[in-house]
Design a protein around this ligand. Structure first.
Ligand code: 6R9
Length: 649
């Protein structure tokens, strides 16, 4: 399966912004003459005062400093809205699809301008100034994007906290960036269930106050009309205030290196880090990757299913698409409500051309077979994408054949909160696809594989994935803690940005992300990506999902411990255990033979769908007494079942 190649279809190459020859030529220029290349790319934005130089950066430890377009001046909201008004004021900017299939809305660029200006004026009137941090804690409604763009318009720095996070997590993030202004909604709506956002925000604000941060104002959108608490003087109704405000708000001129947003992300240790992105370089990167990777053309209907609480929502629901004058779909709901056809029903309803989602969603839907997919038409689809984790070839093939009818290239986009946008990814008109590989680097990206001592590995090799040259979309610092930024990303391998991911490069120069380096298992001296074993397991027809971790093994150093979720209706027997073990042996080799297989009705996942391997490793090590923080799990109760049924006692 590994060697399977899906060549670029001729008609895809023909209409694409970049075919193979263009990609080669542009890539060479981007790494050989980065200044020339990136000065040219800066022109995709409207500058108040254009920059005279591109990158000015050093990865030299410990004096790491990263700047792009540092003498340029621009405004992100003007680039995402105002400059489109003349040509496409009446064109839809945002298609909103509600949790309930009967609710939707189309927002034009003119309406977007009106709404963003009004909210920006409300914020200004209530004391928000350039550089202030504004916390956004919202459901997936258009007002979430208005809030982001209103911040950008007046130079405030937004910090979006995912609506599924608890009051404690919200408070921690409010305190860390000393944010005194919160935008939220009465309640969110997901899969028919209400989420008490305002109440959570109220609780978080109390917790923050104990820690010395006093939130001055809360703007609240009425989404459900449910009962909420109200603090007169502090709380402001979004609807009333914006209606009364002026629809004119001149965009604040911002330096290219002024902060645009903070987004908290968890690392392997410590509290979540406030990843800081700035204005000019970030927007160039988000816009350019959105155009090339999704091969976006005028009028295409584009849907990214992420939540704006994650970086994917920032770059690929809001900033990238809107900078390009695109039509971007925003979905309030979940893939399985009212039923497992919902994604494809929405594709049919809005004639979606480009669809971007996460492997975990694909696997969850795959578990229900082809029926819910085949009940829909999907003929509008032209391109599919994935992001967030390695996609196992089995899920890739299902996505390609069942969802895409074998007609839609899949862009498997590897990137991180830290990178601002796509880094290693196919371009649909340029890159032959290999299921499970993120393929080749985007313009300006110079990947390098190194061994554990930091020595460069050339040719076909496996190692730690570093990037050796800065790109415009790179994070600039950890908010309030530059030292932590330098230590986390630039101290392991001096002079390089270390991604934390393991990666293999094949004979064709294709990159295969094997997962976080701390997820790599070393069995009898052989390195093995947990993703490899997982891919093998899910190839078996009885398996819906799996997670694999290492655990201490007397003879092999590390053994392989597999958590396996079975397909609906499959019986968990010892014979099946044996069969799966043999299956993995025959897929990868005897070295990959699982030492333990535990049936897992559910896996511990974060709300963004990432499996929390730290917890699985602890259980596999029989060290479940020190599981650490499980508060960010989507469903903490799955952990009890896993402990109860652990195999290694
Ligand atoms: C965008 C996003 C980043 C980590 C990253 C890697 C994993 C993301 C991937 C992928 C394999 C892909 N990852 N995309 N692994 N193939 N296409 O997900 O950001 O939440 O910061 O996660 O996700 O391990 O290091 P973030």
């Amino acid at each position: 399966m590994e060697n399977k190649i899906y060549p670029v279809p001729a008609e895809v190459a023909k209409r694409a912004h970049a075919d193979a020859a263009t990609y080669q030529k542009m890539y060479a220029e981007s790494v050989e003459s980065p200044d020339t290349f990136w000065m040219k790319e800066a022109k995709r934005l409207d500058w108040i005062s254009p920059p005279t130089k591109a990158g000015n950066w050093t990865y030299e430890y410990p004096d790491v400093s990263i700047k792009w377009y540092e003498d340029g001046t621009l405004n992100v909201s003007a680039n995402c809205i105002d400059r489109h008004l003349e040509k496409r004021g009446d064109q839809t900017a945002i298609i909103w699809e509600g949790d309930d299939p009967s609710e939707d809305a189309h927002i034009t660029y003119s309406q977007l301008h009106d709404q963003v200006c009004r909210l920006a004026n409300v914020m200004k009137a209530n004391g928000v100034k350039k550089g202030d941090r504004v916390t956004i804690y919202m459901p997936m409604i258009p007002e979430a994007s208005y809030a982001m763009l209103a911040c950008a318009r007046i130079g405030a720095v937004h910090s979006i906290v995912f609506g599924g996070f608890s009051p404690d997590a919200l408070a921690q993030r409010i305190v860390d960036c000393e944010s005194t202004f919160v935008i939220t909604a009465d309640e969110g709506l997901r899969g028919g269930k209400k989420v008490p956002l305002k109440q959570n925000a109220d609780n978080a604000i109390e917790i923050a106050a104990i820690q010395g941060i006093h939130v001055e104002h809360v703007i609240c959108v009425k989404r459900t009309g449910g009962a909420i608490g109200w603090e007169p003087g502090r709380d402001i109704w979004y609807g009333e205030a914006t209606q009364a405000a002026s629809p004119d708000c001149p965009p604040e001129p911002m330096n290219a290196e002024d902060p645009l947003f903070i987004l908290y992300t968890s690392g392997s240790t410590g509290q979540p880090k406030g990843v800081l992105h700035t204005t000019g370089g970030y927007l160039v990167w988000a816009a350019m990757t959105h155009q090339y990777v999704f091969d976006y053309h005028e009028g295409d209907i584009y849907w990214c299913t992420a939540d704006v609480g994650w970086v994917t929502g920032h770059s690929y629901i809001v900033y990238g698409p809107l900078a390009n004058g695109a039509i971007t779909l925003m979905f309030e709901g979940v893939p399985n409500y009212p039923d497992n056809s919902r994604f494809w029903q929405v594709c049919d309803k809005h004639k979606v051309n480009i669809f971007y989602t996460a492997p975990t969603a694909i696997r969850a839907l795959m578990q229900h077979g082809d029926g819910p997919v085949k009940a829909t038409d999907r003929s509008s689809l032209r391109l599919l994408g994935t992001v967030g984790e390695p996609i196992n070839p089995e899920a890739w093939e299902w996505y390609y054949h069942a969802v895409g009818n074998g007609n839609c290239p899949i862009v498997d986009t590897w990137w991180q909160t830290e990178t601002g946008g796509h880094m290693i990814t196919p371009l649909p008109g340029a890159t032959d696809l290999k299921p499970g590989s993120a393929t080749t680097p985007f313009f300006g990206v110079v990947p390098q594989l190194v061994d554990n001592e930091g020595a460069e590995l050339t040719g076909a090799a496996s190692g730690n994935l570093c990037i050796t040259a800065s790109w415009p979309g790179q994070m600039r610092t950890v908010y309030g803690d530059h030292e932590r930024f330098v230590q986390t990303y630039f101290s392991t391998y001096k002079g390089k940005y270390f991604t934390g991911d393991g990666c293999r490069r094949d004979e064709d120069g294709y990159y295969w992300i094997t997962g976080r380096v701390d997820d790599v298992i070393n069995v009898s001296g052989h390195r093995m990506g947990t993703a490899e074993v997982e891919s093998a397991l899910v190839l078996h027809p009885a398996v819906s999902e799996s997670a694999v971790v290492g655990f201490p093994h007397d003879i092999k150093g590390q053994g392989i411990y597999c958590y396996v979720t079975l397909m609906d209706g499959v019986e968990a027997t010892d014979d099946l255990r044996k069969e799966l073990r043999n299956h993995v042996r025959s897929e990868i080799g005897p070295i990959a033979s699982p030492d333990a297989i535990q049936w897992a009705p559910g896996l511990p996942k974060t709300r963004s769908g990432k499996i929390m391997r730290r917890i699985l490793r602890k259980i596999a090590e029989n060290d479940y007494g020190s599981l650490g923080d499980t508060s960010t799990l989507a469903d903490p109760s799955v952990v009890d079942d896993l402990i109860e049924n652990r195999q290694n006692r």
